[in-house]
Structure formats: C-alpha cells, structure tokens
Write a protein that binds this ligand. Structure first.
Ligand SMILES: Cc1cc2nc3c(=O)[nH]c(=O)nc-3n(C[C@H](O)[C@H](O)[C@H](O)COP(=O)(O)OP(=O)(O)OC[C@H]3O[C@@H](n4cnc5c(N)ncnc54)[C@H](O)[C@@H]3O)c2cc1C
Length: 448
C-alpha cells in the first residue's frame, strides 16, 4: 500500500481530466479528481456542446425559409430564445450527470471543489484539507481573455452567453476567431443585428485565405457587419441598460450585449504551480514534454492548460496517452499532425492539413484544386450561397496535404476525408474513387 492518499490527483474534470481519471482508474490506480465548477468542463458545460445545439437551433431560420421552395406551407414562425436556452441547459445537465456516472463507475473519487498545488505531491482543497498523491495531473483548461478598457466589465464572454435572459436585439462581438464567427452566425440567424469588431484586419487566422474570404463574403451578404482595425476605446452603459461601444477609427455602435471572444488563456492563475517549481511559458501555459510531464517529474498536464491545440479531441487524446503511459504500461504520445478542425459558422468550415500558403512556404511546388459550386439544395431554395472546396497537393509526391471546405455539412464531410489525408493518400487515390452521386462530398473526387 502506498503512503499517498491517491496514486493520481487530477485537477479539473473537463475533457482531458475526465478521460485521464477514468482510464488511470481502469488501469488500477486510486484516483481523485477535483472540479470547481461542473463535471464535463468547458466542452460539455459552456463550449462545444451547448454551442452546437444553438447552431442547430439557428439553422432552422434558414431551413424554414427554404422549406417554402420545397413545397411546404410554413407560416411565419416565432423564435423563443428562452425555450431553446432552457432545453440546451437541461441537455447539458443530463450530460454532466452521465460524466459523473462514468467517473463513479470507475471508482474515481470526485471532489466538487477547487484544488491548488502546494508541493510536488500535495494539493490543497478550498476548505484547507491537504491530500497527497504520487502524481498530480493539471487539467484546468483555459479561460476567456478579456482585454482591459474602460467599461469592459459590461462585456460578457462565452461563459455567460448560454444564460442570457433575453435575445439581444443588437449584439457586438469582439474577436475574429472561430468562437466569434460561430456566435455571429447564431445571433444573426435568430434575428439579432450583429457587428463583429476586430482589432486586426482578418478573421479566422490559421485557416486558408480563400475559405476565410468566402465566409466573410457570405456573412456580409447575410447582414453581419464587420469593423476591422478597430480596437476598443470604451463601453458606456446607457440609462435604458443598453451599451454604447466606442472604438478607434469607427463611429460608436449601440448594442444590447457585447460578447468578447478574443481568445482563451491557460487557466493557471492562483494554482500554486510556480511555487511548486512547475515552469510556465510566457502565456501561463504549463510547459510539458511529449509525455505531458512538467518540469516537476510528479506533475503532469494535459489539454488547454498546456496551450498546444485547444480542441476537445486533442485534450481527450492527451488524457488517454497520459493514463496509458503512466498507469497502463503502454507508452503513448499524441501525434499532432493533420488534426482536423471546424468552424460552425453559417455556412460551416472544415479543414485539415496545410493551407495553400503554408504548403507553398514548406514544400515549394504545390498543386491547388478547387471546386466553387452552389449546392443543389441551395439552387432550388433560391439561396445564392456558394460552397468552396480546396485541395492542396504536394507537386513532388502527389500527396494530398490539405483539405479546406466551406459549405453545408462541411465538418461532417471533412471528418471522413481527414482519414485519407492522415493516411497520406494521393490525388490519384482520390481520383480513383468513384463519386457518390448526387452529393456535395463527391466534389472531392472530381477535382480537376
Ligand atoms: C464557446 C466554446 C466553443 C468551443 N467549441 C469547440 C468545438 O466545437 N470543438 C472543439 O474541439 N473544441 C471546442 N472548444 C474548446 C474545448 O472546449 C476545449 O478545448 C476543451 O474543453 C479543453 O479541455 P480541457 O480538459 O483542457 O479543459 P476544460 O474542458 O476547460 O476543463 C477544465 C476544468 O477544470 C476546472 N478547473 C479549473 N481550475 C480548477 C481548480 N483549481 N480546481 C478544480 N477545478 C478546476 C474547470 O472548472 C473545468 O471544468 C470550445 C470552447 C469554447 C469556450
């Protein structure tokens, strides 16, 4: 019997922490996990899951309009924010219960409290209780970054947006990343007047330029406004409770809500890591090696807190790799090449591998294939919205090194196509595959 209270103490029951806890326990470790908010973490409670449900809810606005072109008599419909919000929140609660059950089933001790690190093998709970563990796993995720400017306290973040009392008639969204663009699409479909405000001059950095341009074009056509190179000056609360948003280089904007989506920072503040000797990088992320081990050998970290790729499936893979390596005798490292990603905008984006610019820089000679088309459904619906698929091919080897898509169901199609990119298949392999007709995905094997 070990001298420690636990073999593993996990801080944070989010995507990475839950996976690591239950897998370590299934390998026979005595595991405790502390969670200061709700079991499930950002993805389940205030991220991917409630966001995607809102995206589905928002899409009905277009589907109901389009349905008329397909022969359905659709009366003018009214959208009820409170009903969708409450249904989404109760689904989140159901999932939270399932995550808790999984941990219970694996005999993981769940402590619903904040925990901090007080030594290489010691943690302290909020009530002062100190516990020891042979190993500690930091899986505390990230936290929305809100820039400081006068009145910034009137802003909300993705933490609060799922709980709004009413649908804002006018919403300003700060940021150009995927969360900003997803919520712009959601609120716009619900009928809010949306303005995206960006301190830089581009949206969705890291995505292929042509795809970003297409989303910008379509978003503007749908009525979303953009202000670029417009840092915040201040926010004033008006007597009627609304906000006046003052920006550099632009006229002020009146709004009922300001959603700040300007990135997420690693959640290490006040965690006691530096005092325990754990090295953090300049952004506060826990520095880890390929085995998720920090500069203190008994302390590990996975997920957003390490600021590698901030996505749920990556956090889950890291949690699994950690538990299998340390407690399962199966040394595993995560392969970060060709991680697919999506933007659940209207229409959505799916991408894997190198953008055209990255490939040109890295490989020199590349071949680019694109298909710019109007989905059959959009044609009949009279919806003048074009999809764009782009394939990036290494000219020397014929290998497909990147796929970038915007259009209906792009993330669903991209997930399957990502297998081919990950497997290193060539353009000739795509060409050899007979099209599945009629589909949008068939464009991928018909690129000329
Ligand atoms: C609005 C939004 C939409 C997103 N959409 C997507 C998407 O579509 N697809 C995707 O792949 N990713 C998405 N993400 C990102 C995804 O949610 C994260 O990458 C993922 O949750 C990271 O998992 P994690 O385990 O590192 O941390 P988290 O899931 O954030 O879990 C960390 C947990 O630690 C707890 N905690 C922190 N400090 C302490 C402490 N001291 N003591 C006890 N508990 C503590 C927190 O309460 C939290 O529950 C989205 C994020 C947001 C905000």
């Amino acid at each position: 019997m070990s001298d420690f209270d636990y073999d593993l103490f996990v801080i944070g029951a989010g995507s990475g922490g839950v996976r690591a806890s239950r897998v370590a326990a299934s390998h026979g470790a005595r595991v405790a996990v502390a969670e200061e908010h709700r079991v499930g973490g950002t993805c389940v409670i205030r991220g991917c899951v409630p966001k995607k449900l809102l995206v589905y809810g928002a899409h009905f606005a277009e589907d109901l309009k389009d349905a008329r072109h397909f022969g359905w008599d659709v009366p003018d419909c009214h959208f009820d924010w409170q009903r969708l919000r409450d249904n989404v929140l109760s689904e989140v609660t159901r999932l939270e219960g399932l995550y808790g059950q999984t941990l219970d089933n694996h005999k993981v001790t769940v402590l619903k409290t904040r925990a901090t690190v007080v030594g290489p093998q010691k943690v302290r709970l909020a009530d002062g209780t100190e516990l020891t563990a042979e190993r500690i796993l930091v899986a505390t995720g990230g936290w929305p970054f809100v820039p400081e400017f006068p009145g910034s306290e009137h802003a909300i973040t993705s933490n609060e947006v799922f709980h709004l009392d009413s649908l804002p008639k006018r919403v300003v969204i700060a940021g150009g990343g995927y969360i900003a663009n997803e919520f712009a699409g959601i609120f716009n479909e619900f009928g809010s007047k949306v303005t995206i405000v960006n301190r830089g001059d581009a949206i969705l950095r890291g995505y292929d330029e042509q795809i970003r341009d297409r989303l910008l074009q379509i978003s503007m056509t749908k009525g979303i406004e953009f202000r670029f190179n417009a840092p915040f000056k201040s926010i004033e609360k008006q007597d009627d409770g609304s906000l006046m948003v003052h920006l550099e280089n632009c006229d002020p904007i009146a709004a009922d809500a300001l959603l700040v989506a300007t990135g997420r920072v690693p959640n290490t503040k006040g965690l006691g890591l530096e005092a325990a000797g754990v090295e953090l990088d300049k952004d506060g992320a826990v520095k880890v090696d390929d085995n998720n081990q920090s500069s203190v050998p008994s302390i590990y970290a996975v997920g957003d807190v390490t600021n590698r790729i901030q996505l749920t499936p990556v956090a889950i893979r890291e949690g699994q790799a950690f538990a299998d390596s340390v407690f399962g005798g199966k040394p595993t490292t995560v392969d970060y090449a060709n991680v697919p990603s999506a933007v659940f905008s209207h229409p959505p984006i799916g991408a894997v591998g190198m953008t055209e610019a990255e490939a040109r820089n890295k490989l020199g000679a590349v071949r680019i294939y694109t298909s710019d088309f109007r989905a059959m459904k959009n044609v009949l619906a009279g919806r003048n919205e074009r999809a764009l698929y782009k394939m990036v091919v290494n000219a020397a080897t014929d290998q497909v090194v990147g796929l970038h898509m915007i259009g209906p169901d792009a993330p669903e199609i991209l997930q399957a196509a990502a297998v081919a990119v990950k497997a290193g298949l060539t353009k000739a392999d795509f060409d050899a595959t007979i099209a599945l007709h009629p589909s949008m995905a068939e464009e991928l094997v018909l690129l000329k």
